[in-house]
Design a protein around this ligand. Structure first.
Ligand SMILES: Nc1nc2c(ncn2[C@@H]2O[C@H](COP(=O)(O)OP(=O)(O)OP(=O)(O)O)[C@@H](O)[C@H]2O)c(=O)[nH]1
Ligand SMILES: [Mg+2]
Length: 155
């Protein structure tokens, strides 16, 4: 956070069904979500105050047909959380998202979600970001992961 007084914008990215909406539900007390049949169709929004500063968090839809929403929501972001489903291999969507964040030098962390399901041996080669194991459904790891991202953004 270069400007200390500025409100912060974080975007939660990741493939379809990885647990992005569930992650936000377990970070914020109140949130707004737009879903149809259990999948995000435009965005989710919530906020949380950390150390007196307001953090706005947007969650994107994972489905490829909503790629344009990811681009709109990623404008002016200060940091990102990439939620991946550890029970599946990293998808091309995950890799594209991570490459774009790297190219734009945006601070980000990876939430390796669904740790309660048998995990794949995920290949994180070439990915230089903190990886936080989470069980979003139980709220495990999500707030610690957000704190880590906020620290990373300040450094
Ligand atoms: N076992 C398990 N299931 C989870 C976990 N987190 C989320 N889920 C489930 O995974 C499914 C998808 O979760 P969502 O939070 O809707 O995923 P999403 O990434 O927002 O999905 P899209 O908006 O469609 O991209 C739901 O059935 C969740 O209950 C977890 O930690 N463990
Ligand atoms: Mg969703």
């Amino acid at each position: 956070m270069k400007n200390k007084n500025k409100e912060t914008k974080i975007v939660i990215l990741g493939s379809y069904n990885s647990g992005k909406t569930t992650t936000l539900e377990n970070i914020c007390e109140k949130m707004t979500k737009v879903e149809y049949n259990g999948t995000t169709i435009s965005l989710d929004y919530g906020n949380i105050t950390v150390d007196g500063k307001k953090v706005h968090i947007f969650t994107t839809p994972g489905q490829e047909r909503f790629k344009f929403m990811r681009e709109i929501l990623s404008q002016g972001l200060d940091g990102a959380i990439v939620v991946i489903d550890s029970s599946r291999e990293l998808t091309s969507t995950d890799r594209n998202i991570i490459n774009r964040l790297n190219d734009k030098e945006i601070p980000f962390v990876i939430f390796a979600n669904k740790q309660d399901i048998l995990s794949e041996d995920l290949d994180f080669d070439g990915i230089d970001a903190p990886i936080i194991p989470t069980i979003a459904r139980k709220g495990e790891g999500v707030k610690d992961g957000l704190s880590l991202l906020l620290d990373l953004m300040e450094s």
